[in-house]
Design a binder for this molecule. Structure first.
Ligand SMILES: CC(C)(COP(=O)(O)OP(=O)(O)OC[C@H]1O[C@@H](n2cnc3c(N)ncnc32)[C@H](O)[C@@H]1OP(=O)(O)O)[C@@H](O)C(=O)NCCC(=O)NCCS
Length: 362
């Protein structure tokens, strides 16, 4: 162990400003704008209805130079509810890298989580951005890859997409032509009457959403609890983020919901399907919801629509509506903190239902 000037310890009140300053240093231009807001920090780490976050920091004589946080999450695992942990915001100050800080913080935080009865933690590093940087350190402290999750995309404006990658304005004409052709083909393929479903836009969830959750939760093997309390916390008034909630009703009963968000990245306007839920065998409502998302985002003039989802049925319905598997993917990684679950159980891809709602970055 090299001689170091820092010590690791648990978070204490008043560390927030130091943590935010560290985030600006560690992520630089990549820092999500909301992650720079004290209000967002309070929302993410203090106001979570599930409970306190487990935050560990590295402290160099009063300056916060490292950070590792575990957010508690409620998951139903094969019929029984458990508190799991989502690891977020692992960061080491640029002047303190390669001193083993990340791994030391990880060991301490994960051992602490195990002692508090959190059976396992999850993480979602993304291929091509965070994965290559964090995976070596995660593996050293016992994390493993359960499986990968694809991002499906529905191109809307081929001209903008081509231009963003090839930076050639002449190609935008070809892009317009491809957009036109693709839309024609998809509208023939995805002929779907949505007459049976009424949509309600909402800014928060009503108590009926918990009844809907109670009905559908048994359909899924391993799924984050999506009752009213959680959904309202996760989507209703998040500092620095605007979500659009759509409730699908059939004969005055909730049969599904979807949460949408717009984001600008790589000079492109993305429409994101952040979360969606229907009964597992209700492909009709799902396809109507996805169709509605594409229409909504077209009106908002986004360049492409994206959805990260772990569920074969949902992926199949997205593809039926012209979504393609993109080169982007997330690694779903797991750390077993106690002996309660084994690697095989938590790596059973087909048992899991996961969306961007289960991450903190979208
Ligand atoms: C990722 C990060 C936390 C690593 O911090 P660190 O304290 O330097 O990591 P450690 O010294 O504990 O290194 C752990 C292992 O990871 C490897 N590693 C560290 N940084 C790496 C990098 N940039 N690329 C590839 N491997 C890396 C190390 O080689 C080390 O293994 P080794 O000792 O066997 O060589 C740090 O680079 C960082 O803050 N990055 C910016 C923020 C970020 O992207 N966070 C992840 C998303 S939440």
């Amino acid at each position: 162990m090299p001689d170091v000037s820092w010590k690791i310890r648990k978070y204490k009140r008043g560390d927030e400003a130091g943590i935010l300053a560290l985030a600006r240093n560690a992520f630089g231009k990549e820092l999500l704008p909301e992650k720079n807001l004290t209000e967002f920090w309070n929302w993410e780490f203090r106001q979570n209805p599930i409970g306190d976050s487990k935050i560990w920091v590295a402290d160099d004589h009063g300056k916060i130079v490292g950070h590792y946080a575990i957010l508690p999450e409620r998951f139903t695992v094969n019929g029984t509810e458990h508190i799991l942990g989502l690891v977020v915001d692992v960061m080491t100050h640029s002047e303190y890298r390669y001193q083993g800080m990340f791994t030391r913080l990880g060991r301490a935080a994960l051992e602490g989580a195990g002692n508090e009865g959190i059976p396992f933690c999850t993480g979602f590093p993304m291929e091509g951005s965070t994965a290559s940087i964090v995976l070596p350190g995660h593996f050293k402290v016992g994390w493993f890859v359960g499986f990968t999750i694809p991002v499906l995309i529905r191109p809307i404006n081929f001209g903008a997409i081509i231009q963003s990658f090839l930076k050639n304005p002449k190609l935008s004409k070809i892009g317009r032509l491809i957009t036109h052709l693709y839309d024609r083909v998809q509208s023939i393929r995805a002929r779907l009457s949505s007459n049976e479903i009424d949509f309600k836009s909402a800014t928060s969830f009503s108590k009926e959403i918990t009844e809907f959750w109670n009905e559908v939760s048994q359909d899924y093997g391993i799924i984050g609890v999506r009752d009213r309390r959680y959904l309202d916390y996760r989507f209703s008034s998040v500092p620095g983020r605007a979500y659009h909630i759509l409730i699908a009703m059939r004969k005055s009963r909730i049969v599904g919901y979807m949460v949408l968000r717009e984001m600008r990245r790589m000079e492109l306007d993305f429409g994101l399907i952040v979360d969606v839920l229907t009964q597992r065998n209700d492909g009709y409502t799902r396809r109507v919801l996805f169709k509605k998302a594409v229409e909504y985002f077209k009106q908002r003039s986004v360049d492409l629509v994206g959805c990260m989802i772990q569920s074969k049925e949902y992926q199949r319905d997205l593809k039926a509506l012209g979504f393609l598997t993109s080169p982007e993917k997330y690694y779903f990684i797991v750390h077993l903190n106690t002996g309660q679950f084994d690697r095989k159980t938590v790596s059973a891809k087909m048992r899991w239902f996961l969306t961007w709602a289960d991450l903190d970055t979208i």
